[in-house]
Design a protein around this ligand. Structure first.
Ligand SMILES: NC(=O)C1=CN([C@@H]2O[C@H](COP(=O)(O)OP(=O)(O)OC[C@H]3O[C@@H](n4cnc5c(N)ncnc54)[C@H](O)[C@@H]3O)[C@@H](O)[C@H]2O)C=CC1
Ligand SMILES: O=C(O)C(=O)COP(=O)(O)O
Length: 388
């Protein structure tokens, strides 16, 4: 029986992928084998030694102590692209809301009093305060051309916008998906000076923290709209407020309200709704549940942010799933231990990524406990599991 702890609400569609006769799932559970999480902050949380895998039903893993998990030999998964369409739709909503002054217009309508005739009169005389502009011909700068950025860029082109993008580490897969009409910005600074709208789609890392700071905000075209559906910390809030004050920034549309942003007249702040659609929640939950299950039951790894991709189809026999440091002679030492007791290796795969390696070994009969312990004692071996 595998035990799964959920730190956030994970869609039932995903939990159903973990059969009840093999999986016990609860928000409070002792010695879990895996943790499923969305945005709960796991930094500072005591993650029990029983945990072998953490599955993020979503994209960002900045809420997970990934480096520490790697040192411990714990795999961390996310679900690339599974919520990207939901975020794209909200970014488009944000752009249109900003361009057409929708938040102010809604406030105005809510404030109307009197009978239908007086409401009608107030509407017709008041609407001139909310005259907006249209998107065709305006330039959108997309920072980060991953699953979300590519979708936002392509959708903005379809709305008639000019689109420029910046991503020095774009993957080949995303480059293929990106319309050739999206022009490449030479640098982030180049993108900022050329855009009417700027939309951020980078992960929060040491490099991207406060990436949009005072100096950069000063280079924006007067009247720019900045959209941040990535992470709050990517924009320096103090400097942002100053840019709104000077009018260099017209609107800041984000998914991350704060005490200073929430009532600001030039801020459209949503309550972290980017991935909150039924479809995205289901996509993420199904994907992460399948990935965690494949790891727990077969040792296979797909869509990990810290482990190598490794998939060895299950055949005959018993499987050892070993996580080890990526140093010489690990496989040699492991196979020597198996050979000493006459265990025959039927199939084997070893993959590495950075400092970590995963070794999957199929053997003809069960490995005795004392041999498993010998393998565990090899310097550099982080975990050994026998899977039946
Ligand atoms: N508001 C919400 O509910 C959601 C927010 N997000 C946020 O959006 C981020 C992006 O999500 P995805 O597109 O799915 O991730 P992704 O991993 O597919 O794309 C991120 C892209 O950013 C690029 N990048 C990294 N550092 C960069 C830099 N310094 N400058 C320019 N580009 C850089 C990478 O090369 C990659 O192509 C997530 O990490 C998360 O923080 C994601 C989903 C929902
Ligand atoms: O996937 C992401 O990175 C998100 O920010 C979505 O967060 P959530 O799963 O809605 O708490």
């Amino acid at each position: 029986m595998f035990k799964i702890q959920t730190l956030n609400n994970i869609s039932v569609a995903g939990l159903e992928r973990l059969p009840r006769d093999r999986y016990e799932i609860a928000s409070e559970i002792a010695n879990p084998d895996a943790i499923l999480v969305r945005s709960a902050d796991m930094h500072g949380m005591a993650i029990p030694p029983s945990v072998k895998a953490i599955g993020r039903a979503g994209a960002g893993t900045n809420n997970i102590p990934v480096a520490e998990m790697t040192r411990r030999g714990v795999v961390v998964f996310n679900t690339p692209g599974a919520n990207a369409n939901a975020v794209k739709e909200l970014v488009l909503t944000g752009m249109l809301m900003a361009a057409r002054n929708i938040p102010q217009a809604l406030e105005f309508v809510k404030s109307l009093t009197g009978d239908d005739e007086s409401i009608h009169e107030a509407v017709e005389s008041g609407k001139k305060r909310f005259v907006g502009f249209e998107l065709p011909g305006r330039t959108l700068g997309v920072v980060g051309l991953g699953a979300i950025g590519v979708r936002v860029a392509n959708a903005a082109l379809a709305l008639g916008m000019r689109v420029i993008g910046y991503d020095p580490t774009i993957t080949v897969e995303r480059a293929w998906q990106l319309s050739s009409e999206v022009k490449q910005a030479l640098s982030l600074d180049d993108l900022l000076v050329r855009s009417d709208f700027v939309s951020l789609h980078v992960p929060l890392t040491a490099e991207t923290r406060a990436m949009i700071g005072g100096a950069r905000l000063k280079t924006l075209r007067k009247g720019t709209t900045l959209l941040n559906f990535a992470r709050q910390e990517i924009v320096d809030e103090e400097m942002l407020l100053e840019a709104l004050e000077t009018g260099r920034l017209l609107v800041y549309c984000c998914d991350f309200p704060s005490s200073r942003l929430k009532g600001h007249p030039q801020v459209i702040a949503l309550p972290h709704l980017g991935a909150s659609t039924k479809e995205a929640e289901e996509n993420c939950a199904v994907m992460v549940a399948d990935q965690v299950r494949a790891y727990l039951e077969d040792g296979n790894v797909t869509n990990s942010v810290n482990f190598p991709e490794i998939v060895l189809p299950r055949g005959e026999g018993y499987r050892l799933a070993i996580v080890n440091s990526n140093v010489p002679n690990m496989v040699g030492q492991i196979s020597t231990d198996l050979g000493k007791v006459g265990l025959n290796i039927l199939d084997m795969l070893n993959r590495s990524r950075g400092d970590i390696a995963v070794t999957l070994i199929d053997i003809d009969r069960p490995c005795p406990d004392e041999v498993l312990d010998q393998i565990r004692a090899i310097d550099g071996v982080l975990s050994v599991r026998q899977l039946d």
